[in-house]
Design a protein around this ligand. Sequence first.
Ligand SMILES: Cc1ncc(COP(=O)(O)O)c(C=O)c1O
Length: 400
Amino acid sequence: MSQDTKTLLDWASQYLFQNYARTPLCLVRGEGARVWDTDGREYLDFVGGIAVDALGHSHPKIVGAIREQATTLLHVSNLYQIPSQIHLARLLCEHSFADRAFFCNSGAEANEAAIKLARKFAKETRASDCVEIVTMHGAFHGRTMGALSATPTEKYQHGFEPLLPGFKYVPFGDLRATERAVDNRTAAILVEPIQGEGGVNVAPDDYLPGLRRLCDATGALLIFDEVQTGMGRTGRLWAHQHWGIEPDVMTLAKALASGIPIGAMLAKEFCARVMIAGSHGSTFGGNPFATTVGVATFTTMLEDKLPERADRVGAYLIERLRAAGGRVPGIKDVRGKGLLVGIDLDRPAGPVVDACRDRGLLVLTAGDAILRMTPPLVIDEADVDEAVEVVEQVLVRSQS
Ligand SMILES: Cc1ncc(COP(=O)(O)O)c(C=O)c1O
C-alpha cells in the first residue's frame, strides 16, 4: 500500500469526501510521543490523535493485546456474553461512580445513548412530556443528529436542520441561566466538565457542584460528557473528580481503547435499569477486539499511574507556557487541566499550528484563536521543554 506522498495527496483529493480540512501530511508510524511521515520526517506529537493516544503510539502492552486478540476472536455480536466486555465494564464501574456500562463505537454514539436513557428514565419516572435536555453554548457532543442537536454551534448545525426537538441551550459556566432554563420538563443536563472543542473552557469552581444540586432538587439527570476529558487526560481519572461531585451518567470514548473505535455510557443503577432488553443496542459495540484493547489500556493506565503523571507534567506545561507568555508576544491566556491545555492567542491559531508543524511539533486548534495541546500522557518534562521552545520561536517569528 505504500505510495509517495504526492500520489497519496492526489488520490485523497480525487477519492475522499472533502469534509475535513486536512493538513497535507501522511503519518505512517508512531512510537511513544513521536510520529513519522511518509518522507521519514519525525514530529513530536502534542495532538495524540485528538486526546485518543493516551498511552503513546505502539505501546507494547497495546500491541500485545491487539496481536493476541486478532488471532483469537474479533467479533461475535451481543447475542452472546463477551468476557472482555464484562471485564471492561467491571473495571470502569469499580473505578468510578457508576454501576453499569454500555458499549458503543464513538463519542457521539455514547451521547446518543445517554440522551435516550435520560428521556426514557424521565418518561417512566416523572412525566410523559419530560423530554428536554439542557446543553451549553460552546459544547461539542458529536455529529449524529441527537448529539448534533445537543451541540449549539452554527458551523456544526448549519445545513442539517431540522434538528431534534427538545434541546435548550444556556451559556457554559452560568449557573443562574441554567437554573432559569431547568423546569419540570427537563430530563437531563448534559455538560463537559472542560469544554474541549469549544476552546478548553474549564468549568468555574461552583458550577458543576451547582448543577449537581440543581439536578438533585429537580430530578433531572446530570450527564457528564467525558469523551475528551476522561481516562486520565486532566490529571484525574475522570475530570469531574476535580470538583468532588459525581454525575448520574457519564460518556466516554477517545482514549478508552488507545485508538480502536469504542464508546461507553456509564450510569448509576437507578437510571440504568430503564434500558431493558431490546431498548438499545449496537452491532459492533463492546466487541471482543475493542474491549480487550480497552482492558489493556485501562489496566496499563492505572499501573503506570498516568493520571498522576498527566497532573504533574501538565502543571509543568501550563507553568512553562505561562512563563513564555511573559517573554513572547501573542499569548493572552493559558488554561486547562492536566494535559488538556489551551493557549488563547491574540491571532488566528491556524497559521501557528502550521508553523509549529514545519518545525516538527504537532498541535491543534480549538476554535479560531485557541492553540490546543492533547499529547499522549506518557510525555515527560523534556518533551514539554521542546514543545514550548517551538511555540515560542513560532510566536516570535509570526510577530515580525
Ligand atoms: C466532548 C466530546 N464529546 C463527543 C465527541 C464526539 O466523539 P466522536 O467523534 O467519537 O463521535 C467529541 C469529539 O471530539 C468530544 O470532544
